[in-house]
Design a protein around this ligand. Structure first.
Ligand code: SAH
Length: 214
């Protein structure tokens, strides 16, 4: 019945890299146990899919380290039935983790080839609660706002104002800010027109590339 050759490696990854480093939210741990990371990794790196690192996915981009995916997901503090925005679809791995317990995930990627590849994998895995868009995600997705959580998986020089505007009351934006090469991963919670920042960890992401104003 077990057709997944990586099932043991994945449980081991969650235990060693995630649970033991302090991620405790059961929904996050379960999602990380379920989503097959090797499906989002190029064929020639598949044996490394459950290692403790980011990996290249082509077009100069990378799939995030498993621990960072878990830490960012936990920091969103999502309730079930929520609607989430992700900026930086990349491989689609983080998108899948979010789609495990969000009602709807809206995900934006600026490189069309990565968005298309992620869409193919996620459809093959039967996710039917993900909407894809190609473009500059630093402006968010105003037609679908407000969101119960917004996650940016690329490094921002500054926090994009439009993402803050698209947060529902009490919900969080999780975003790496600063660098290169390293950033502060921040959780920014909306309370009316106040935005409370909390430092989560240091991290290293590819840059968020913002289009010129149009
Ligand atoms: N969560 C992804 C991480 C991908 S790396 C994963 O685990 O696979 C970050 C991605 O953000 C890259 O694919 C990059 O092309 C994309 N990106 C950079 N700037 C962007 C922007 N302004 N809008 C949308 N996507 C952007």
């Amino acid at each position: 019945m077990n057709s997944d050759p990586f099932a043991v490696a994945r449980l081991d990854m969650v235990d060693r890299q995630i649970r033991r480093r302090g991620i405790s939210e059961p929904k996050v741990l379960e999602a990380m146990e379920r989503v097959e990371r090797h499906r989002f990794v190029p064929e020639d790196h598949r044996q490394l899919a459950y290692e403790d690192s980011a990996l290249p996915i082509g077009s100069g981009q990378s799939i995030s380290q498993p621990y960072i995916v878990a830490a960012m997901t936990e920091a969103l503090e999502l309730a079930s039935g929520c609607r989430v925005l992700e900026v930086g679809t990349g491989s689609g791995y983080q998108t899948a983790v979010l789609a495990e317990f969000a009602a709807e995930v809206f995900t934006i990627e600026r490189l069309p080839e990565l968005s298309a590849a992620a869409q193919t994998v996620l459809e093959a895995l039967d996710y039917d609660n993900i909407e894809f868009r190609v473009g500059d995600g630093s402006r968010g997705w105003p037609e679908e706002a407000p969101f119960d959580g917004i996650m940016v998986t690329a490094a921002a020089a500054r926090v994009p104002e439009q993402l803050l505007e698209q947060l529902a009351e009490g919900s969080c934006l999780v975003i790496p800010v600063g660098g290169p090469p390293d950033q502060d991963l921040l959780q920014i919670r909306r309370s009316g027109n106040d935005f409370e920042r909390k430092f989560i960890t240091r991290c290293r992401f590819v840059p968020l590339i913002e289009d010129e104003a149009s």
